[in-house]
Design a protein around this ligand. Structure first.
Ligand SMILES: [Zn+2]
Length: 354
């Protein structure tokens, strides 16, 4: 893969992180794998089955896709109002292609034929928002109706209105003391959970919200449950303190949060790098991968009012705004702390989360 030029003192660490980025997909490792399906905000989180759980025949992973929009335009309300297309073709062009990739990778490891329900290797779909770049009808309807969908309240209503999927589940909004295991009648396996985190005071749209996918990969009750926190527009960093207030300890393995500041008529839409640096620290995330930063081809009146400030963390130490919390530190120190976790996954690239 192409490497980003790095000029910071911790470039060696950064190189090690980037060395784990692969364009191939090898599921023999018994750790979560994160794969970027396009250049924007569509992801695969591939989880290994815990050793004490028997997977379906021929399978060894539980595969969750998040906010998948692969081809064609995404329109908000009307094309003249707001319409966007990917500037770069998605590395994965269809769910059939992704399913073939996953099936081949798992069969190579298990050495067993898949049969019955286990033939389809996409096990769950998550939609963080009802907006059509996160909940894309044409893409999602490529899936078999039997794949369960886990979505925010409004996104769940939208998906149900298509009358395509048999099971659409509204994900709970976590509050202090939440229990990620408490989902009853859920089609998630009991070692996986999905919940939502809101920015305080962001009602009623909850534009700044996150999905948190939790997974207990060990039978040992004492080992912490791990989590991936996905927030395409950002959650105000302070609101992430909630993650550590649950009934069970959570270790945040990865944060997906964009770098770019995007605003519309003065209102900040994507919170960008400054918020991501704070969020990563509050969450204690081991990895931070940017998301939703593709500079798409946009049409309509909304596009003419959008303002984007592009940040490139590995390239430009010192380029980001100094925050209040940073006042006691040099900009470079703060940058280095953030960089230790930063792994940039391009269109189609994947990374093992160790
Ligand atoms: Zn968005």
């Amino acid at each position: 893969m192409e490497r980003s030029p790095s000029v910071s003192p911790s470039s060696q660490l950064q190189d090690e992180l980037q060395a784990s980025v692969k364009a191939t997909f090898d599921v023999s490792v018994k750790r979560p794998i994160l794969k970027h399906l396009n250049a924007d905000s569509s992801w695969l989180l591939s989880l290994p089955y815990p050793e004490h759980i028997q997977p379906p025949p021929g399978r060894c992973r539980y595969n969750i896709v998040i906010d998948v929009w692969l081809r064609g335009p995404q329109v908000d309300l009307f094309g003249w109002f707001s319409s966007q297309e990917h500037a770069k073709p998605s590395n994965i062009q269809s769910f059939a292609e992704l399913n073939d990739l996953l099936g081949g990778a798992e069969t190579a490891v298990t050495g067993q034929e898949m049969g019955g329900d286990s033939v389809y290797c996409i096990d769950a779909v998550c939609c963080s928002h009802e907006f059509t770049d996160h909940c894309h009808e044409a893409t999602l309807k490529e899936l078999p109706a039997t794949v369960p969908v886990f979505a925010s309240k409004k996104a769940a209503s939208l998906v149900r209105s298509w009358k395509h999927f048999e099971h659409v589940e509204e994900v709970p909004v976590y509050q202090a003391g939440y229990d990620w295991r408490s989902l009853k009648d859920s089609q998630l396996p009991n070692w996986v959970g999905v919940g939502r985190i809101h920015t305080k005071g962001d009602a009623p749209i909850y534009f700044h919200s996150a999905l948190m996918i939790t997974f207990a990969l060990s039978a040992d009750q004492n080992s912490a449950t791990e989590a991936l926190v996905y927030t395409p527009h950002g959650v105000h960093a302070d609101s992430f303190a909630l993650v550590h207030s649950g009934k069970h300890p959570i270790k945040v393995l990865a944060l997906l949060h964009g770098l770019h500041d995007i605003s519309l008529a003065g209102a900040q839409l994507n919170l960008g790098m400054e918020n991501a640096i704070k969020a990563r620290e509050i969450l204690g995330a081991k990895y931070w991968a940017p998301t939703h930063d593709e500079q798409k081809v946009a049409h309509g009146i909304v596009a003419s009012f959008l303002k984007r400030i592009v940040h490139t963390l590995p390239w430009a130490p010192g380029s980001h705004p100094i925050t209040e919390r940073e006042a006691g530190q040099s900009d470079r120190e703060e940058f280095n702390v953030a960089e230790k976790s930063f792994v940039e996954l391009g269109n189609g690239e994947s990374c093992v989360l160790t």
